[in-house]
Design a protein around this ligand. Structure first.
Ligand code: SF4
Ligand code: SF4
Length: 209
């Protein structure tokens, strides 16, 4: 043993081994670069990627959510909070309708806590009206906890042309017409646009979710 240590390292150990150690580095230098330049360049996600939720609307702008809380019950992370309330067709003091959705009830309070959500999608499977879907939006980071609790106003789909901000009366017929997609040709309002044309101009936003 003492004789071997006095001989010192062999030629191979002196010259070849240090170079061989860089073998992976040299090979990789000539490969195609796969580093993504995020956030300067954003690549599209897979079409069915589970990103931020969206609360969809009917073609006249009424909300699809009926405040049933099934999504909240389905959530394994207890990330959803819903408070339902009764729609009311009685005009308020200003003569305006107090209806927010097609049907008896609507989601008066709707929150998703993205500090808890694991984007599993069980809530959207549970939703009976397809009110809740998920978009491809994945940039959900923030620098404080409060802003990661999304309110209904953060989650509601934007109003498309032809849609009207609730509260307002059912423009597309009775409740059955909404859920069967019949969109009976009742007048939209004092204007001259029939409900059927509203439906044609503004398809349901769940298709984009
Ligand atoms: S995606 Fe999953 S964890 Fe997130 S709110 Fe829906 S059910 Fe809950
Ligand atoms: S999003 Fe769907 S499941 Fe959740 S409360 Fe509204 S209607 Fe019910």
């Amino acid at each position: 043993m003492a004789e071997q240590s006095q001989k010192g390292p062999s030629l191979k150990e002196q010259f070849w081994d240090p170079v061989a150690g860089f073998g992976v580095t040299f090979r990789t230098m000539f490969r195609k670069v796969v580093t993504e330049q995020y956030p300067k360049e954003k690549f599209p996600t897979a079409p069915r990627f589970h990103g931020r939720h969206q609360l969809n609307r009917w073609p006249d702008g009424l909300e699809k959510c009926v405040g049933c809380e099934l999504c909240a019950w389905a959530c394994p992370a207890d990330a959803i909070y819903v408070e339902g309330a009764q729609n009311d067709d009685t005009p308020d003091a200003d003569g305006n309708s107090q209806r927010y959705s097609a049907g008896e009830r609507y989601g008066r309070v709707y929150q998703i806590n993205y500090l808890r959500c694991i984007l599993c999608g069980l809530c959207i499977e549970a939703c009976p009206t397809r009110a809740l879907t998920m978009t491809n939006e994945y940039e959900l980071a923030d620098d404080n906890r409060a802003d990661l609790i999304y309110e209904k106003s953060d989650l509601l789909a934007p109003l498309l042309p032809g849609m009207e901000q609730p509260p307002h009366p059912q423009r597309l017929g009775d409740e059955t017409a909404y859920y069967r997609g019949e969109n009976a040709a009742t007048p939209v309002d004092a204007g001259d646009r029939p409900a059927a044309s509203v439906a044609a101009q503004a398809p349901s936003q769940e298709e984009t979710a």
